[in-house]
Design a protein around this ligand. Structure first.
Ligand SMILES: Nc1ncnc2c1ncn2[C@@H]1O[C@H](COP(=O)(O)OP(=O)(O)OP(=O)(O)O)[C@@H](O)[C@H]1O
Ligand SMILES: [Mg+2]
Length: 245
């Protein structure tokens, strides 16, 4: 059984169909990247999985159970920081755990673990305004990971970062996903990012949004940055670019 099963899912706003009959299974531990033109419905699909947008028809199952609304088993990370500016890094990571009712001693252990995973342990007593943009994204990720979600929904999380910071966070994301066997749906505009992170790339077409193509990414778990410079990577990059036009 797939971790996440999206079956004939359609979404409409009023009488306008945004997503038409989406079929997609995501396996445990898999990173599936969603790519497609602006407005084709990528965020809407994430919102549907998050339970923030109702389906017009079809089903979304997580571990075999129908998604019926938002829950901590599906967390979202956005391009804009979601950190609370009035809370220190550590308190930001703790927030979701408190809401979940996790006991204090257990909270401390989980926070330490996630701060170490995103390399923010040293920065735990700083406020968001004292962090760089890349560090704030790492707080977002630590916060998402802290509640042990079944699926991490990433909506262009690194879209606003400079190229070097982005690469560093991509590497870290891959490592964290491997270490925790996380399952993720990752929306990006960046073909290189999709190829570097994804086990599969789903290309969405528009009007209404539908799955136009699915590309199996032939790279293994070990993905050093040099992979991006390889001939095979660049060839695939061109292939995916042609599919999006
Ligand atoms: N709350 C809403 N009410 C009505 N229409 C909406 C709403 N949210 C999104 N839409 C419409 O749904 C379509 C898909 O939007 P969505 O945000 O999912 O696109 P996207 O693929 O994420 O685009 P981008 O790459 O620009 O982020 C757009 O045409 C948008 O105008
Ligand atoms: Mg979007």
């Amino acid at each position: 059984m797939a971790k996440l099963e999206i079956d004939s899912a359609s979404v409409a706003y009023g009488d306008r169909t945004i997503l038409e009959s989406i079929d997609l299974n995501v396996n445990a531990g898999e990173i599936v990247c969603l790519i497609g033109a602006s407005g084709c419905g990528k965020s809407t699909l994430l919102n549907a999985v998050a339970g923030l947008v109702p389906l017009r028809s079809g089903t979304i199952l997580l571990d075999g159970k129908a998604v019926a609304g938002p829950s901590a088993d599906r967390v979202m990370v956005f391009q804009d920081d979601a950190v609370f500016p009035w809370m220190k890094v550590r308190e930001n990571v703790e927030f979701g755990l408190k809401i979940k009712g996790v006991p204090a001693s257990e909270r401390e252990r989980i926070i330490d673990e996630k701060l170490l995973a995103v390399e923010l342990f040293q920065a735990q007593h700083l406020y968001p305004r004292q962090l760089s943009g890349g560090m704030r994204k790492r707080v977002d990720l630590a916060r998402a990971l802290a509640v042990s979600p079944s699926v991490i929904l990433m909506d262009e999380p690194y879209g606003a970062l400079d190229a070097m910071t982005k690469e560093r966070l991509q590497l870290q994301f891959l490592k964290v996903c491997t270490d925790t066997n996380a399952t993720s749906l990752f929306v990006t505009h960046d073909i290189e990012e999709a190829l570097f992170l994804g086990d599969r790339i789903v290309v969405l077409g528009r009007n209404p949004g539908h799955i136009a193509n699915i590309i199996e990414v032939p790279f293994g778990v070990e993905r050093p940055l040099e992979l991006k410079r390889s001939g095979e990577f660049q060839r695939l990059r061109g292939e995916v670019a042609d599919l999006i036009l």
